[in-house]
Design a protein around this ligand. Structure first.
Ligand code: 4NP
Length: 165
């Protein structure tokens, strides 16, 4: 059976969503869940770029290697290829809802990915945005990691409850 597939999405796909991708992949693996994780950006600002060096450095200190990841823009077909799309913040969610409407019109009668916030089921930060660290300092990058780790544990619990993966 095809594994369940999750796509993490932010604006640039160089800070938050690659961090979310690697952290979620790592934590789902710890929970022995067979789920594929990828990431993309709503923009095409940084095509094929590796994650921001600050994101990489902060992640590395916690044991996450982001160096192999490459930025890409979300495409309409991702709604067919993935089971769940996770928005990092409310702007991402708004942009993704627009794209979802296009997908509904383009792929009639094909099951499409569900859409949720990264923090959807995390009781410690329920539906809180993962703030963009791009123009800020070190604390912003640490906060992204803290939020992604907490949210990923919540998703692992949710997937187990739903018998996904
Ligand atoms: P991300 O952060 O959406 O978390 O990847 C950003 C990266 C780049 C830009 C904005 C946000 N930018 O404007 O280039």
């Amino acid at each position: 059976m095809k594994p369940y597939r999750v796509l993490c999405v932010c604006l640039g796909n160089i800070c938050r969503s690659p961090t979310a991708e690697e952290v979620l992949r790592h934590i789902l693996k710890q929970h022995h869940l067979n789920i594929v994780v990828d990431s993309a950006g709503t923009s095409n600002y940084h095509p094929n770029a590796t994650p921001d060096s600050r994101s990489q450095a902060h992640a590395k200190r916690r044991g996450y290697d982001l160096s192999m990841l490459k930025a890409r823009q979300i495409k309409l077909n991702d709604w067919v290829d993935f089971d769940l799309i996770l928005a990092m913040d409310l702007d991402n969610l708004k942009d993704l809802k627009r794209l979802q409407q296009q997908a509904v019109l383009s792929f009639k009668d094909v099951p499409l990915a569900k859409l949720a916030l990264m923090t959807e089921h995390d009781l410690t930060q329920i539906k809180q945005p993962i703030a963009d660290p791009y123009y800020g300092g070190d604390d912003g990058f640490e906060r992204v990691l803290n939020q992604c780790e907490s949210a990923s544990h919540a998703w692992a619990t949710y997937f187990k409850q739903q018998h996904i993966g």
